[in-house]
Design a protein around this ligand. Structure first.
Ligand code: WQD
Length: 335
């Protein structure tokens, strides 16, 4: 079975490609290299010890998308390609709406032309907004707090309307919580382009430089230690969750939203302390003002993934911190 992975050279895409190949799938990677580099392909190939098909394609060009389906006999698609920075989306909303919406609409159009109707879509826990008491369940009402999240919410609605209009589609909407960590080889990880937004890239930078202090956004929240709580999930657990979702849509039509998380919440300070303990490094930090738009607690309800996909996260926070540090040391050539 040949699977097309759009955005397959990104953080989540690259780890999912490795998992797919190790599970016996043939993969075709599509990426426009706007947020990654071509040497991620070499890294994937050295992990899986074989060549992997790749096409540099900008999904805003529907003919370019079509050419992939003309070239390869695709059986299903996992669609990761899209911009994902909350901060960037607030500054440049139109760039986000155009890129994330049009590229997905182009993909769906071409899939229909080739009568291919099996799609795993990369959504996000951000669609739950901050209106619910955690843990977040898939049937909760949705409300996205920023343009990035709104592109994900709109695309979820577009895809569910598509299935309502044509029940022969099989679509899984994967809602990730906070993916961190790296492949155990140390060859793949989260390549932060520009100034990283997320927490782990900042932790890694502080650990390696030890000069500047990590800024903890808010220490006066109504939580055990005053810092926000997140459902951190190992990137390899996220990857295996996508393979299980692919198996599910291969056998079931319809449209299902599915959380990918651990169901366990850790605070920002928990992560810092675990990282220090596991890796034997110090992370100097200072508590600063809260960050606009942050929700206090984000934790997944994980029962549906377990029942529907037979999937459960297996790595813990220590694994995530250890694997992330191994990756970072390898790219920074630290000992
Ligand atoms: C986590 C916690 C910060 C950096 C975002 C997107 C979400 C998803 C994951 C794509 C928060 C705190 C962070 C720092 C800090 N992306 N923090 N100092 O905001 O939960 O989710 O990334 O799907 O859609 O919204 O992740 O890692 O940015 O923040 O204290 O230097 O770490 O305030 O409490 P977030 P994050």
């Amino acid at each position: 079975m040949t699977v097309l992975i759009t955005g397959g050279l990104g953080f989540i895409g690259s780890h999912t490609v490795v998992e797919l190949i190790e599970q016996g799938y043939d993969c075709v990677i599509l990426d426009n290299l706007s947020k990654t580099t071509i040497n991620v392909l070499e890294k994937i190939e050295s992990v899986v010890q074989r060549k992997v098909s790749f096409m540099k394609v900008d999904m805003l060009d529907i003919q370019a998308v079509r050419s992939v389906f003309e070239e390869y006999d695709i059986s299903a698609v996992i669609h990761f390609a899209g911009f994902k920075s909350v901060g960037e989306s607030v500054k440049n909303p139109l760039v986000y709406y155009r890129n994330n919406l049009i590229s997905t609409l182009n993909l769906i159009d071409v899939m229909q032309e080739f009568n291919l109707k099996k799609l795993v879509f990369s959504s996000s826990a951000t669609v739950y907004g901050d209106i619910h008491t955690p843990p977040m369940k898939e049937d909760f009402s949705l409300q996205a707090p920023n343009p990035y999240g709104r592109t994900k919410l709109m695309l979820e609605e577009i895809l569910s309307d598509l299935v309502l209009s044509d029940s022969t589609w099989s679509i899984a909407l994967m809602r990730y919580f906070n993916p961190i960590g790296a492949h155990k080889s140390g060859l793949l990880g989260e390549l932060p382009f520009g100034t990283p937004n997320n927490l782990m890239p900042h932790v890694l930078k502080t650990a390696s430089e030890g000069t500047s202090k990590l800024q903890v956004f808010g220490g006066d929240y109504d939580t055990m230690d005053g810092s926000c709580i997140r459902d951190f999930i190992h990137i390899m657990d996220l990857a295996s969750g996508h393979v299980k979702a692919l198996e599910y849509i291969d056998k079931n039509s319809g449209c299902e939203a599915i959380n990918l998380g651990t169901g366990i919440g850790y605070s920002v300070l928990d992560l810092i302390h675990t990282f220090e303990e596991v890796n034997g490094v110090k992370i100097p930090y200072e508590i600063v003002n809260r960050r606009d738009g942050d929700i206090i607690v984000s934790i997944a309800e994980v029962g549906k993934a377990e029942v529907l996909l037979g999937w459960k996260a297996k790595y813990n926070l220590a694994d995530m911190c250890e694997d992330a540090w191994r990756w970072y040391k390898s790219i920074k050539k630290l000992n």
